[in-house]
Design a protein around this ligand. Sequence first.
Ligand SMILES: NC(=O)c1ccc[n+]([C@@H]2O[C@H](COP(=O)([O-])OP(=O)(O)OC[C@H]3O[C@@H](n4cnc5c(N)ncnc54)[C@H](OP(=O)(O)O)[C@@H]3O)[C@@H](O)[C@H]2O)c1
Length: 292
Amino acid sequence: MKTVGIIGANGVVGRTLQAEFKKIKTPFEVKLFGRQDEIPQLDAAVFCTDNPDSARLYEQLKDRIGYIVDMSAQFRQEPNVPLVIPEINPHAITQQTRLIASPNCTTTGLVMTMAPLRQFYHLTEVFFCSYQAISGGGKKLLEEFHTAGSLYENNCVPLIGSIQENGYSSEELKGIYETRKILEMPHVKVYPHTVRVAVENAHSLGVTLKAEQDFDLATVIKAWNSFPHLRYSEEIVTPKQSSGQETTFACRLRRDVEDKNIIHYFITFDNLLKGAAMNARQIIELLLEKYL
Ligand SMILES: NC(=O)c1ccc[n+]([C@@H]2O[C@H](COP(=O)([O-])OP(=O)(O)OC[C@H]3O[C@@H](n4cnc5c(N)ncnc54)[C@H](OP(=O)(O)O)[C@@H]3O)[C@@H](O)[C@H]2O)c1
């Protein structure tokens, strides 16, 4: 039987992945590893660790683990490392692939709503403002959020990650470059603005999307509802409702008051599920079915 490890099993994503792995039908053995544990040979492993830990672990373990799925941003922009959302670009994994990156949670929700529209419209520009949950910052941020006097208590904080030389936050740059890589649209313009809000779990985004053609709202809704794990709701959907769900929800769709080739909408999805652990589980399912 194949063995699949969860490395960083005690973090927020690692714990969620433990529950996700129970949904996998193909029999396999799960092994859990924390910071102090010795890691043996494994058929596959998911690194649920931050960038520097993932970089170190990769160097230590690359010859001992058949396939590595990394949740951090460390390898996402490396040209030979596929950045995979199984509903969108499973074809990015090939026989030669040994390391797979799972995308940023905010980008995942965004591209889930852009991917199904590509067959109808040539998408050219997207603006989004995010309302990102505390759980997206891992267990330390959750602890801080529950500490009296936290900056995040009853607040919204317009900085996620660190400010870069060009003034963008690191989270915003992920939104640009990961969107282009996953959708294989190197020229799509992305205008991101990322904000942490006092919501414990499930991210939301307000999105404005521009195409070369005029949008037809019925076509957009049909395309969304035909896509796996994506639903359009005529009623508003909030993060309280999307938390714990596998579905990415879109609502409030409308055409721009002046330009028919622009639409505006709101999305909400569970950052720990589709934005992280569910996506990793789907990648492992794919590996178990096709490659392992
Ligand atoms: N949270 C989200 O919504 C989300 C979404 C998408 C992607 N991600 C990414 O997923 C990764 C994990 O995020 P998280 O939110 O789960 O963070 P987290 O709650 O801080 O968990 C990270 C875990 O990794 C463990 N760890 C660190 N170095 C290790 C090592 N050498 N061996 C084994 N375990 C080690 C830590 O152990 P200690 O407890 O000992 O420190 C901690 O339990 C990050 O790269 C993050 O950017 C997160």
